[in-house]
Design a binder for this molecule. Structure first.
Ligand SMILES: NC(=O)c1ccc[n+]([C@@H]2O[C@H](COP(=O)([O-])OP(=O)(O)OC[C@H]3O[C@@H](n4cnc5c(N)ncnc54)[C@H](O)[C@@H]3O)[C@@H](O)[C@H]2O)c1
Length: 297
């Protein structure tokens, strides 16, 4: 009698432990472009914590080495350029070879124009800069979707694309970056239509993040990092949510969209996590600063 009570208690405890360690992405496999740095790397780490297996396509050998040192050899890495379909195809093959499947494709690698305004774009650089930036930010997503589509349809998977506040509002970049991120929103809607009902296609639109985001070589910005800009000071007091984010603060939105069980009905949508661009006041960014005092808290 005593023995059976003890066994029942142990089984109950074991079940509780199993429930605790179950992640939202258990058994799922995700491929992330630009996953060796910044936001992509933060999403990779969070997906692993949620039970997923991770593959990365990135052009930087150095950053790939850093990621592998942090996350171990359990991840699948492909060094390549998102502007090349064959590199996406290699990444998809490497993922399926290592993990047997692909459930989630995350288009994330991009470059920024450092807010270069039309008036400041040199005449001889505007055309190559446009081609370079759109090739990474828009064509890179399209080619990734092309390479991943078959596996995703097979597994009823999903695509998630990193947008930006610049996909909705001006001044998150210059005309090149802003137009490229608006184009990504269009790509999400069109692919959501074309892939339904088999594959859900959504986006996450973060605001400013301290990362190593680079610019187009055609504007001489390939070696410039967004880390060189005092982003925290530049954004202080400008947004309803005043906290300055870390890359990992955005990862939860990707987890939600990647989880079939938790966002089954979401497709063609973008989660805006930009600190509240759409809720900014005219006179002051946050209207509730005195709320705790007014509520006697
Ligand atoms: N940093 C920000 O303030 C910010 C704000 C909003 C949106 N975003 C978006 O977040 C995403 C991730 O950028 P991040 O800020 O983490 O920058 P990051 O530079 O730290 O990471 C981008 C990664 O993409 C890789 N990459 C760049 N070009 C590539 C190419 N042609 N082929 C393969 N890999 C390539 C880089 O090597 C790097 O590892 C981008 O889509 C960016 O537009 C960034």
């Amino acid at each position: 009698m005593c023995w059976s009570i003890l066994m029942a208690a142990l089984t109950h405890e074991r079940r509780k432990t199993q429930e605790r360690v179950m992640g939202w992405l258990d058994g799922r496999v995700a491929l992330i472009t630009g996953g060796a740095s910044g936001l992509g790397a933060a999403v990779a780490e969070r997906f692993i914590a949620e039970g997923a297996q991770i593959a990365v396509l990135d052009k930087s050998t150095e950053k790939i080495a850093g990621l592998t040192a942090r996350l171990g050899k359990g991840i699948a890495v492909t060094q390549g350029d998102v502007r090349e379909l064959k590199d996406h195809q290699r990444a998809v093959s490497a993922t399926v070879e290592k993990f047997g499947r692909l459930d989630i494709f995350i288009g994330n690698a991009a470059i920024w124009d450092y807010g270069a305004k039309l008036v400041d774009l040199p005449e001889d650089a505007i055309s190559p800069a446009f081609d370079e930036l759109f090739a990474v930010n828009v064509k890179g997503y399209l080619l990734g979707a092309k390479a991943a589509q078959r596996e995703l349809v097979k597994n009823q998977g999903c695509m998630i694309f990193t947008v930006s506040n610049a996909g909705f509002y001006p001044d998150g970049g210059g005309p090149l970056y802003t137009a490229s991120k608006h184009a990504v929103v269009g790509l999400i809607r069109q692919l959501a239509f074309e892939c339904a009902p088999h594959v859900r296609v959504n986006g996450v639109a973060p605001g400013a993040i301290p990362t190593d985001l680079r610019g187009p070589a055609a504007l001489g910005l390939a070696e410039r990092s967004i880390a060189s800009i005092p982003l925290q000071e530049a954004t202080r007091g400008k947004m309803p949510i005043a906290d300055f984010p870390a890359p990992g603060d955005y990862a939860g939105a990707y987890v939600l969209l990647a989880s079939k069980e938790n966002s089954r009905m979401a497709t063609g949508t973008v989660i805006n996590c930009d600190g509240g661009f759409a809720a900014r006041g005219v006179a002051t960014p946050s209207g509730g600063v005195n709320l705790p005092q007014k509520l006697g808290l």
